[in-house]
Design a protein. Structure first.
Length: 245
């Protein structure tokens, strides 16, 4: 990144909330202006890895198919763009004071995400609402009001608060308790069972097991280790009460 006025290179750890250049003292960007950003996924098709996910300021998430691209509009200023392919992530920071083009590529040889960032010359004046309305702007597939944590929860990437061996009927597996849901993953790669706390009516003790009552009078019963039995009952009961309130 560099100052659009004096062209000095800005430090990577610059305070993004300060709108002036530390070298020339002039304003770095005009918040009233809006610019276009083209983002392309240049990776070869790999169904195992899935599509590339693009996160803007940990608030907007887009999904980009291999060989395809998206077009978004953002106000001038500092923006963080994070790319994810499989379990690999890469974040870059951009001072948006013109239209930009970003080409992202997942290098299968190094398992790293590589990016080429180009500023589009002659676009410093930005775009008004009428001009933007004529563009095919890509809509985000997800919006998070809680930043990264919201995306982790929605994508199933958050860490469980409890994780232990359990059984459901004849199935052995692992039970994971998250802040907003529980997941039972049977051994052998069978499809996991997910229950959102908002859909749970009550949690009851039942002969040493946990009886999870869901809407529609559906019951899910889990056997768990005795040493954490009471603690888990209290945890789930509290979480369900929080959701209801």
């Amino acid at each position: 990144m560099r100052c659009p006025n004096c062209k000095q290179t800005l430090a990577d750890d610059i305070n993004t909330k300060v709108n002036f250049c530390p070298f020339c003292g002039k304003r770095l960007y005009d918040t009233s202006k809006h610019y276009l950003m083209h983002i392309y996924s240049m990776s070869a098709v790999d169904m195992a890895l899935g599509n590339m996910l693009v996160f803007i300021d940990e608030r907007l998430m887009y999904e980009v198919k291999s060989g395809d691209g998206i077009l978004i509009v953002l106000e001038a200023g500092f923006h963080t763009i994070k790319f994810r392919v499989g379990v690999r992530n890469k974040s870059i920071q951009i001072l948006l004071d013109a239209d930009f083009e970003i080409k992202a590529h997942f290098n299968t040889a190094t398992s790293l995400i590589e990016t080429i960032v180009n500023e589009m010359e002659g676009t410093e004046d930005g775009h008004n609402a009428e001009a933007i309305s004529k563009e095919e702007i890509t809509q985000p597939v997800m919006i998070s009001e809680t930043g990264e944590k919201g995306f982790e929860t929605a994508l199933g990437d958050d860490m469980p608060e409890y994780e232990f061996k359990a059984s459901s009927g004849l199935l052995e597996g692992e039970l994971k308790l998250f802040s907003e849901r529980l997941e039972f993953a049977p051994a052998g790669g069978m499809k996991k069972e997910t229950l959102d706390y908002k859909n749970i009516v009550a949690v009851n003790r039942k002969m040493g097991t946990i009886d999870v009552q869901c809407a529609g009078n559906v019951h899910k019963v889990y056997s768990i280790p005795k040493d954490i039995y009471n603690e888990v009952i209290v945890f789930l009961t509290k979480k369900i009460e929080e959701v209801k309130s």
